[in-house]
Ligand binder design. Structure first.
Ligand code: FAD
Ligand code: NAI
Length: 465
């Protein structure tokens, strides 16, 4: 039996960052993880493998189309096993990297399923069934999330898959039906579309990617439609039957009306994720999740003394970098320092082509809040780097307070939007005015100049459009 300052249950971006920070601060820390590798959803079956396939499939598609414009004539040939292998190898290297960081920071990885067994106690059941009890002054729950199931559509990970299955399909589906036009559906739908699938996306709402700025979302849908994705909005899937020829999916208009059957070779269910607390023993410390399964916290403290929670299992965006922020703030609080996360400044990115990245408020949110704002928008068609690279799709948009000029939201659609958004996260953390960006020299020729021009647009003096 070992006495720890902190035992963390779950080894994803929340858990491993918490463990490493605890080690750095000199706390005696252990991380309990039941998967055979560290890194959680993100490294094993989420962010990293999806980005590996997005990168490879984007180059594959470009080799067949855009390369020609640049004077490079090749006939790309898909080697799907190799594409999957390089993804798996990168994932393995990343998860091993976390093991190395644990050793470096003197964090114990306790392999097995953790269960809280009353205040200050975590029981760990190893693969061999052996139970070890850990004693801890603080327990941090970082057990993450899992795909939300859809009644009537049973995931078999063969023909009807969730994101984990869609990251490892054995062949390119001729017809892929995606349920849910959220981030997973569009990222993984894009992967298979680029590799040759006909992709149909069924979405319950009348728009794709709810939460994204409306104007940006419309431009995004146009771009994906141009790439050959088909959208069936305001529609719901009521059943899916696996047969010899594939899957027969029943789709109905949300508003009522006739159902239709769509035949597909594979179906990806991506209608959201829900917090994961199965077998965690929350009842032993009197913590009950809310109606949607989230653990309620106040600055990461649960209702039970010495029990904390971070990442996907608590409220807020289900994103790896948010889990990481939670982790550092939670551990610093445990260590007697001041931990803080500004949830308004957690950026979002969809890693499709074009990429979409944003931080802060959307126009719809500002209107709903009755906040007077000014908008500046700059198209990449007028950006020299985009033009020279033949990558002119999209725009950058800056929203700023009408009176103070403080930047309230930034929305970028186009290649490398993800890399561009960081500048605005920093600017907004310093409560910059749009004029601060507008008057800051940016390197030429870069796509970042489009962001600056959008900020100049807020000031009313865009130079190039
Ligand atoms: P998780 O990463 O889910 O980790 C929880 C860990 O706890 C798991 O390893 C689990 O095995 C373990 N666990 C659970 N219960 C127990 C127990 N009782 N005992 C021991 N171990 C336990 N986010 C981004 O920011 N960018 C992206 O590009 C991105 N892409 C994604 C792509 C996909 C396909 C998916 C599914 C998700 C993606 N996400 C992305 C979301 C991101 O993966 C999550 O927000 C992030 O992993 C949450 O971190 P976490 O530590 O809270 O939980
Ligand atoms: P999501 O919440 O992004 O999107 C789900 C979509 O499904 C929504 O548009 C919703 O309206 C729709 N939907 C819900 N029920 C439906 C139904 N019955 N029929 C049809 N449509 C329905 O969830 P998603 O895509 O599953 O991703 C889960 C989370 O994982 C994301 O919210 C995000 O936090 C994280 N993620 C982040 C990534 C990134 O940062 N690039 C990449 C992938 C996942």
């Amino acid at each position: 039996m070992a006495g720890y300052d902190v035992v963390i249950i779950g080894g994803g971006p929340g858990g491993y960052n918490a463990a490493i920070r605890a080690g750095q601060l000199g706390l005696k820390a252990a991380c309990v993880e039941k998967r055979g590798t560290l890194g959680g959803t993100c490294l094993n079956v989420g962010c990293m493998p999806s980005k590996a396939l997005l990168h490879a499939s984007e180059l594959f598609a470009a080799a067949g189309t855009e390369f020609k414009t640049l004077g490079i004539e090749v006939q790309p040939k898909l080697n799907l096993p190799q594409m999957m292998k390089q993804k798996d190898e990168s994932v393995a290297a990343l998860t091993k990297g976390i093991e190395f960081l644990f050793k470096k920071n003197k964090v114990d990885w306790i392999r097995g399923a953790g269960r809280i067994a009353g205040q200050g106690k975590v029981e760990v059941t190893g693969d061999d069934g052996q139970v070890t009890t850990l004693e801890a002054a603080n327990i941090v729950i970082a057990t993450g999330s899992e795909p939300t199931p859809l009644p009537g559509v049973t995931i078999d990970q063969k023909r009807i898959v969730d994101s984990t299955g869609a990251l490892a399909l054995p062949e390119v589906p001729k017809r892929l039906l995606v349920i849910g036009a959220g981030i997973i559906g569009l990222e993984l739908g894009s992967v298979w579309r680029r590799l040759g699938s006909e992709v149909t996306v069924v979405e319950f709402l009348d728009r794709i990617t709810p939460g994204m700025d409306g104007e940006t979302g419309k431009a995004f849908q146009r771009a994906l439609t141009k790439q050959g994705m088909t959208f069936k909005l305001s529609s719901k899937v009521t059943g899916a039957k696996v047969g010899k020829a594939g899957v027969a999916v029943t789709v109905e208009p949300v508003a009522g009306g006739e159902a239709e059957t769509i035949e597909a070779d594979y179906v990806l269910v991506a209608i959201g994720r829900r917090p994961y607390t199965e077998g965690l023993g929350l009842e032993s410390v009197g913590v009950s999740p809310d109606a949607r399964g989230f653990i309620e916290t106040d600055h990461f403290r649960t209702s039970a003394q010495g029990i904390w929670a971070i990442g996907d299992v608590i409220h807020g965006p289900m994103l790896a970098h948010k889990a990481e922020e939670d982790a550092v703030a939670c551990i610093e609080t445990i260590a007697g320092k001041v931990g803080h996360v500004d949830y308004n400044l957690v950026p979002s990115v969809v890693y499709t082509a074009p990429e979409v990245a944003w931080v802060g408020q959307t126009e719809e949110q500002l209107k709903a809040a009755g906040r007077a704002y000014k908008a500046g928008k700059f198209p990449f068609t007028a950006n020299s780097r985009a033009k020279i690279n033949h990558e002119t799709e999209g725009f950058a948009k800056v929203l700023a307070d009408a009176a103070t000029d403080e930047i309230l939201g930034v929305h970028i659609i186009g290649p490398q939007a993800a890399e561009m958004i960081g500048e605005y996260c920093v600017a907004m953390a310093f409560r910059a005015a749009s004029e601060d960006i507008a008057r800051t020299c940016h390197p030429h020729p870069t796509r970042s100049e489009a962001g600056r021009q959008a900020a100049m647009g807020v000031e009313g003096w865009t130079m190039q459009a």
